[in-house]
Design a protein around this ligand. Structure first.
Ligand code: G4F
Length: 337
């Protein structure tokens, strides 16, 4: 039998948040590395299951939910993965203000349940399950230091950020208390054509494309002064995998080391779409302002560069270009349907 087809020889990865931007990039990346990929999905008749099957027929869907410990234990007993990537979360910061309790349960306590399930199921004696936690630059919130490193104190500004701080600390705690191979990637904003339309970058590139094609007239936004360290999601999932290949678990900032404002993102997008000055199309609406804002994020990825040998390949200009090109093509296809 060809070794790649022998399931007993394939390394197995279990991913929560499989239908999100990062889950899809990671599934593709790990499949390319010869892994058998399992994706956890909640609910009955989840419409995303069909989409996932069409896009990634090689991903095996496993039922389970981060709010249900028993389902996590059952899933791990069934899959017996080598690596567990916890990407599942309520990840939209704005929504976390309205659904704070749900966010705490899924994004925060979900990490504790995942770690407990690993403790219960364990994995093979000589091959314990390795765990990746998707920590976030949102934990830095009202930043205490510029740029932010693995040692910068946290000051979260949203229920989402607070839940991620819990997830980060409980991952460290289980590593230190029980010797789990558990690592956290403190990922700064990462985008791309697969980004959900609710996030500001994709909202901008998609609406600009729709304005260009005459489908829409304006783009309505909140705070355009905010600055973010924006990288490409495809580069960032590679860093997740690299962390789990290390002998020792650890925490790493994953970022580009550059920051840009929402206004800079607008300028570049509207130039690339060929619409000129974005100010002619953008309207401000206070309904998109948050009760507390994160004004400036910029990460220092030196540790990831030195210890993992990781560095981003797609820069800001290229990222905007990829997203704009994708959205023009995507909206054109939709128009023809
Ligand atoms: O695109 P955003 O919603 O991303 P945000 O809040 O930075 O969070 C993202 O990055 C985090 C990493 O730091 C992740 F952990 C998190 O899961 C998520 O992926 O907003 C970016 C900025 C904010 O300052 C927001 O106030 O854009 C500003 N903004 C202005 N108008 C808007 C809008 N954001 C959104 N989503 N929609 C607007 O209309």
């Amino acid at each position: 039998m060809h070794p790649v087809l022998d399931l007993t020889l394939m390394r197995k990865a279990f991913i929560t948040g499989i239908t999100g931007q990062d889950g899809r990039h990671l599934a593709e990346f790990l499949h390319g590395k010869g892994y058998k990929v399992f994706g956890m999905m909640k609910g009955q008749h989840n419409p995303r299951a069909e989409l996932l099957r069409d896009e990634f027929p090689y991903v095996e869907i496993i039922p389970g939910d981060l709010t249900d410990l028993t389902s996590l234990v059952t899933a791990l007993e069934q899959v017996q993965p080598d690596e567990f990537y916890n990407l599942g979360a309520i990840s939209f910061v704005a929504m976390s203000f309205n659904q704070a309790e749900l966010t705490a349960n899924v994004t925060g306590l979900g990490v504790l349940r995942a770690l407990e399930a690993i403790r219960m199921v364990g994995g093979a004696q000589n091959n314990p399950i390795r765990f990746y936690q998707a920590s976030s630059s949102e934990m830095f919130g009202k930043v205490r230091e510029v740029p932010q490193t693995e040692l910068t104190p946290f000051h979260p500004r949203s229920p989402y950020g607070v839940a991620k701080v819990f997830g980060h600390h409980i991952t460290m705690n289980y590593r230190e208390s029980y010797g789990l191979h558990a690592s956290s990637g403190i990922l700064f904003n990462h985008e791309g054509p697969r980004r959900g339309l609710e996030f500001v970058t994709r909202k901008i590139t998609n609406t600009a494309a729709r304005i260009k094609l005459g489908i829409e007239k304006e783009l309505v936004l909140g705070n355009t002064d905010a600055k973010r360290d924006w990288g490409y999601a495809g580069d960032y999932v590679k860093a997740m995998w690299m962390m789990l290949q290390q002998d020792e678990p650890d925490d790493y900032v994953i970022a580009t080391g550059e920051t840009h404002s929402v206004e800079e993102f607008l300028t570049l997008t509207f130039e690339k779409v060929g619409l000129g000055d974005w100010k002619n199309y953008v309207r401000h609406d206070p309904k998109f302002l948050r009760p507390a804002e994160v004004d400036l994020l910029i990460g220092d990825p030196s540790k990831a560069k030195t210890k993992l040998g990781w560095q981003p390949e797609v820069g800001f200009d290229k990222l905007v270009e990829m997203m704009v090109e994708h959205d023009i093509a995507y909206e054109t296809r939709r128009l023809k349907k």
